[in-house]
Design a protein around this ligand. Structure first.
Ligand SMILES: [Zn+2]
Length: 275
């Protein structure tokens, strides 16, 4: 399914780009119902869940029923530590929790937790908004880079390098080669703007350093990773948006002016008369 354009999640929307999978799709809203829990609830740890699964498999072999498969699945899900919806095991909720809500993505089924008007889980994507004309298949990687920027600037840089690779393929179509290096060379031979060439090379080299650590240590270099997002947007802006805008405006010139331009160019192309 197409990821669609990027629409920022907002409390008054029922469709926006999912903070998990990036897909622009319907998001269902849920409110919290609450009842007092006597004593501390504790959590199911992965270890406890694993022990339980082991015991359960043993007992099952002996034909004894301890827990059902569905309950076991439920426990394992809880041990993952991520929020999920489960049909009411608590009855008679006493309260409604206000200013706290949940949205569920129609595409990936994952939940986002909201406090008042903002998502508190998953952690907010730190990528600057992708350029308006960024191809859909690249937006997903770009957003994923944003989601891991805090945890791994290296990983983010590597994903942005992948964005640049896909961008070259997008621009070259069937002429794309197997490496970004060759693709940039092809674009240069076709008159690529020097500034775009530099931006492409920065993302290519820095993104690669992050995969094969060399002289540049990207491990904790969040600032550099942040710069790369801006560069990817600049590349889209200059290689896709600007040519598109100029072509649109050009096509609106009066036909006689276009004819005049054609004639001028034809004349300029003629060999100069010899003296
Ligand atoms: Zn999703």
């Amino acid at each position: 399914m197409a990821k669609g354009r990027y629409v920022a999640p907002a409390v008054d929307e029922t469709a926006f780009s999912c903070p998990h999978c990036g897909t622009l799709t319907a998001q269902r809203w849920y409110v919290y119902q609450a009842r007092e829990q006597k004593g501390a609830p504790g959590v199911w740890t992965p270890e406890r869940a694993a022990e339980m699964r082991e015991k359960w498999e043993e007992k099952k072999g002996e034909g004894e029923k301890v827990v059902s498969d569905t309950l076991m699945e439920h426990i394992e899900k809880r041990a993952l530590g991520l929020p999920f919806l489960s049909r009411g095991s608590y009855e008679g909720s006493e309260y409604t929790v206000y200013n706290l809500s949940v949205t569920k993505c129609d595409e990936c089924g994952k939940l986002a937790v909201w406090l008042y008007d903002r998502i508190i889980w998953p952690q907010e994507n730190e990528a600057p908004e992708p350029a308006a004309d960024m191809p859909e298949e690249i937006v997903a990687d770009y957003m994923e880079a944003g989601s891991i920027l805090g945890a791994s600037p290296r990983g983010a840089a590597a994903l942005l390098r992948l964005c640049v690779q896909k961008l070259c393929r997008f621009l070259l179509g069937d002429d794309a080669k197997d490496t970004i290096d060759k693709d940039i060379a092809t674009l240069v031979s076709r008159g690529l703007d020097k500034r775009v060439e530099m931006a492409l090379d920065i993302v290519r080299v820095v993104g690669n350093e992050s995969v094969h650590p060399g002289k540049m240590d990207m491990k904790d270099d969040r600032a550099t990773a942040e710069e790369l997002f801006g560069l990817v947007n600049v590349i889209v802006e200059m290689m896709i948006t600007q040519p598109k805008r100029i072509a649109e405006l050009y096509s609106k010139l009066p036909p006689e002016k276009l004819k005049g331009i054609e004639q001028r160019n034809a004349q300029a192309a003629l060999p100069k008369p010899e003296n």
